[in-house]
Design a protein around this ligand. Structure first.
Ligand code: MSP
Length: 519
């Protein structure tokens, strides 16, 4: 069996409902996963929920529930969220599942047995809000701690530590030698800058159960539970272990199963900019300690704001992706988030910007092109495709070449722009060739044939290219073209796929124009 292309997202804290940021991250990972499948690769796409730790415990207590009951209820929101986004995931992990917790325990045992962990007394300060240990070095010039830490209290505590210090030079070497490891380069430079200018301290990887019991108990000392980040990061390998991935299984425990999938190392791990340190510093060192290879690439996206402000429940400006999807359709949501934000940059959601793009690019651009191309073919040629003609072949081939290359470089926004260049070109071609005028002149019949072929064939190619981004729309275009397959292979973007005499179906508006909702 050959290794699958393995894509992951961060796993979300289930202390609240999904918001725009979570939706965004999952959509870009799905675009990458679908595009790889369109290239013919076998893909495994994983997402899930991060259910342990203080944040979740506190949220459960606030609702008067046990953490497990609270997480079980939220699983009924988070798992269907992946379906609402039409994600092509192969698995959804919950960190409270036994397949994860037992593997985390086995890993802890292994790290303890091999001397990668030790026990020591910590004396300093603790932020319960961020579950972080702080020292005097973390104080601001005025002596206080950053307000993001919430209440910071002095603390003396025994805990288990994971050795990071001695791996600092190795990690700098790895990041330097593998420029593609952290994408985009700006984030890579930040990590390198951090590692070169700060001495790593060993990482405290436990919390005493007496203080926080909502976590995975250590197998060799049940008075402690695993630090939530240590537990959470491991999901990326506990799931492969559960699927029998031989390399991971032997690094953790036991023998691989017969129908093992080969997944690790991950090819792409999509994360937000706030959790780079966990993924680019702690995670590689954890993997090295287990004798496992590092992920090939961390793809780090930026953060969304709403109307220029950080989204927060207290200010009530959280964009609810489900509300947007219910009102405007999933593909409009997927389109806007990928187009608006290049991977790496921060972005700003405005309802007016969303609606403007919906009308200009989806309704007037793509929707109008498909609708008028198919309508004219039905009106003038009974819906039958004429013989192949190549006026737009060059533009379509170039759009496909450039979109596929850009997706491979994680430049999803630029890839969409390349596809939209073809839409604009085809709409301009309608204006230039004026098929409605050609139709009035019998002497222009063969020219009209050519124009109509170019238009419907361009719609077909567009569906293939759009599939990773707007899968529902791409499938609808294929159905309206009377094609019975899905547009899920890039090979089908080659010009000339529509054969002469093929009969198309009925056009239906893809993105109906709509008035702005009443505020
Ligand atoms: N549970 C941890 C991740 C553990 S991964 C082993 C966590 N969860 S989270 O729910 O807070 O965030 C999940 C992902 O959503 C992160 O990658 C984070 O960057 C992303 N986003 C959360 N808010 C965001 C925005 N406002 N904008 C874009 N993405 C954001 O961190």
């Amino acid at each position: 069996m050959s290794k699958r292309f393995y894509v992951t997202t961060a796993i979300d804290y289930v202390n609240g409902e999904p918001h725009l940021g979570h939706g965004y991250e999952k959509v870009i990972a799905d675009v990458i996963a679908r595009a790889r499948r369109s290239l013919g690769e076998d893909v495994f796409f994983l997402t899930g929920s991060d259910e342990h730790g203080q944040k979740v415990q506190q949220a459960a207590i606030a609702k008067g529930k046990t953490p497990q009951a609270f997480c079980d209820e939220l699983a009924l929101v988070w798992k269907p969220f992946t379906e609402k986004l039409n994600l092509t995931i192969n698995d959804f992990v919950r960190t409270t599942e036994p397949r994860h917790t037992t593997a985390v325990q086995a890993i802890f045992q292994r790290l303890w047995d091999t001397g990668h962990c030790y026990k020591a007394t910590y004396e300093g300060f603790y932020s319960a809000k961020e579950e972080t240990f702080l020292t005097d070095k973390d104080r601001l010039p005025d002596g206080t701690f950053d307000p993001t830490y919430g209440e910071v209290l002095p603390l003396v505590e025994e805990n288990y530590y994971f050795r990071l210090k001695e791996q600092q030079e190795w990690l700098i070497g790895h990041i330097t030698a593998n420029p593609e490891f952290i994408y985009p380069p700006q984030r890579r430079n930040e990590v390198l800058g951090f590692l070169k200018n700060n001495a790593l301290a060993d990482l405290c990887v436990t919390r005493p159960s007496a203080r926080l019991n909502w976590g995975i108990p250590l197998p060799f000392d049940p008075a402690y539970v695993a630090y939530v980040w240590f537990d959470a990061l491991l999901n990326y390998i506990t799931v492969p272990a559960a699927h029998g991935d031989a390399a991971v299984v032997s690094a953790i425990h036991g023998a691989p199963s017969a129908e093992a999938l080969e997944l690790w190392p991950a090819d792409v791990q999509v994360i937000g900019k706030d959790i780079v340190k966990f993924h680019a510093v702690y995670w590689p060192i954890m993997l090295k300690a287990l004798g496992l290879p590092l992920p090939k690439q961390l793809v780090v996206h930026g953060w969304w704001q709403k109307d220029g402000q950080r989204m927060s429940k207290s200010t009530g400006n959280v964009v609810d992706p489900l509300a947007v999807i219910n009102e405007w359709g999933l593909d409009a949501f997927r389109y806007y988030v990928v187009w608006e934000l290049d991977i790496g940059a921060d972005g700003n959601w405005t309802d007016s910007g969303f609606q403007a793009r919906y009308h200009a690019e989806l309704a007037n651009g793509l929707g109008n092109l498909v609708n008028r191309s198919l309508s004219m073919l039905r009106r003038y040629r009974d819906g039958r495709a004429p013989a192949r003609a190549d006026d737009l072949a060059g533009a379509a081939t170039e759009a496909a070449r450039s979109a596929i290359a850009l997706i491979g470089e994680n430049r999803l926004q630029a890839a969409l722009q390349a596809i939209w260049a073809l839409i604009d070109r085809a709409n301009q071609y309608v204006e230039q060739t004026a098929p409605f005028k050609l139709a009035k002149d019998p002497a222009q019949a063969s020219r009209l044939d050519e124009v109509l072929y170019n238009l419907v064939e361009t719609c077909r190619v567009l569906a293939v290219l759009l599939w990773p981004f707007l899968p529902g729309t791409a499938a609808r275009i294929f159905a309206q073209l009377g094609l019975t397959t899905l547009p899920d292979r890039f090979a089908a973007a080659a010009w000339g796929g529509l054969t002469q005499g093929h009969v198309i179906g009925a056009p239906e508006p893809l993105f109906p124009r709509r008035d702005a909702p009443a505020k």
